[in-house]
Design a protein around this ligand. Structure first.
Ligand code: SAM
Length: 137
């Protein structure tokens, strides 16, 4: 997944890290493309605080009700979040709502939420993340 994401990143690209936690994936994005314009959205202010080192905008927000305009991001990334929310379909629909027409969502999950089965193809982790998981380097 990271290779595909890197290929998509451009200076100035607006990237939303939905359910950013302590910013592991945003940190990766900024390493791959320092000029990307990253927004981290997460429920936990304490975890966002742990991401203070990431040069990005932080917003306390529920991924099921994102406080962003339609068509406002080039890329939405969301790692290990969909399986933790009560309404994953609603979260996916929010990801698509805030995404620009030509944008792309990159999402990972440990176990596919039942309500998404059939419409999401699951890749083995090695294929989706490569050898470096977002949390490890
Ligand atoms: C397993 S952690 C993954 C964090 C981060 N994406 C990463 O890759 O390290 C799941 C995160 O989802 C956040 N989360 C759970 N429900 C959420 C919601 N409804 N809206 C926003 N964030 C949520 C949690 O606060 C937690 O930070």
């Amino acid at each position: 997944m990271l290779g595909d994401l890197a290929a998509r990143l451009r200076p100035g690209a607006r990237v939303l890290d939905a359910g950013s936690g302590s910013g592991a994936l945003s940190r990766h994005v900024k390493r791959m493309c320092p000029e990307a314009d990253v927004t981290m959205a997460g429920l936990s202010p304490a975890m966002l605080d742990q991401a203070r080192d990431v040069p990005a905008t932080s917003v306390v927000a529920d991924v099921q009700r994102l406080p962003f305009r339609n068509n406002s991001f080039d890329i939405v990334v969301s790692s290990w979040v969909l399986e933790t929310v009560p309404e994953p379909r609603r979260a996916v629909s929010e990801y698509l709502r805030v995404l620009k027409q030509e944008g792309q969502v990159f999402a990972t999950f440990c176990s596919r939420p039942d309500s998404l089965s059939g419409r999401f193809k699951t890749l083995p982790c090695a294929q989706s993340c490569g050898s470096a998981s977002p949390g490890t380097s």
